[in-house]
Design a protein around this ligand. Structure first.
Ligand SMILES: [Fe+2]
Length: 194
């Protein structure tokens, strides 16, 4: 089994064992292998040195992510003008499954995203509905029309279609499994005015 397949397997185990994830969207039953060229990003190269304690439930995904990192296509879909240099040095994400992920699905999109400590991921929005599930670290989430909340490992936060949201990471790196469902699943987030 490849390291990327092992990562998918660990994500599936977590997803299927977590009622909140399963209730939001069942694990997709249409997954197929897809050719994706590995691509590093600055944060992926430092992942081995990062403390990512997680929880008993999330540790399997964290270990599989560390192991698979050289084989993964790490993405950054913002420009320096949008988010600044520091953000680009300490943020990156992988589409594990979805329309353009390592495994193809038209039913659900699943990412793993990493943000360094003390970062503000400024107001942004996207058409697809989203659920963040924290793997390690904590972040404060703000969303228009919703109370602010600190989301810890094992906790989730949902955003509705086009609901602007913002995230601030605390003193540890923040690692999350995010799923997108519904219309606009193949789209990208865009920065919006606060
Ligand atoms: Fe989002």
């Amino acid at each position: 089994m490849s390291r990327v397949q092992r990562l998918l397997d660990a994500v599936r185990k977590l997803h299927e064992a977590t009622p909140e994830l399963q209730a939001y969207a069942p694990w997709p039953d249409d997954l197929s292998d897809q050719q994706v060229i590995p691509r590093p990003c600055p944060v992926a190269q430092t992942l081995g040195d990062r403390k990512l304690p997680g929880t008993r439930a999330t540790r399997g995904v964290i270990q599989a992510l560390r192991a698979a990192t050289p084989d993964l296509e790490w993405r950054q879909t913002y420009t320096e003008a949008e988010v600044g240099t520091e953000f680009l040095e300490t943020y990156g994400y992988v589409e594990v499954f979805g329309p353009s992920g390592h495994f193809r699905s038209r039913k659900l999109r699943g990412y793993i995203g990493f943000w360094g400590p003390g970062l503000t991921y400024d107001w942004h929005a996207h058409e697809a509905e989203e659920l963040y599930f924290t793997l390690s670290g904590s972040a404060v989430f703000c969303a228009r029309g919703a109370p602010n909340a600190m989301i810890r490992p094992g906790q989730a936060r949902a955003h509705t279609s086009f609901q602007p949201h913002l995230m601030v990471t605390l003193d540890q790196p923040y690692l999350a499994y995010a799923i997108w469902r519904g219309t606009g699943m193949e789209g990208l987030p865009a920065m919006v005015a606060s």
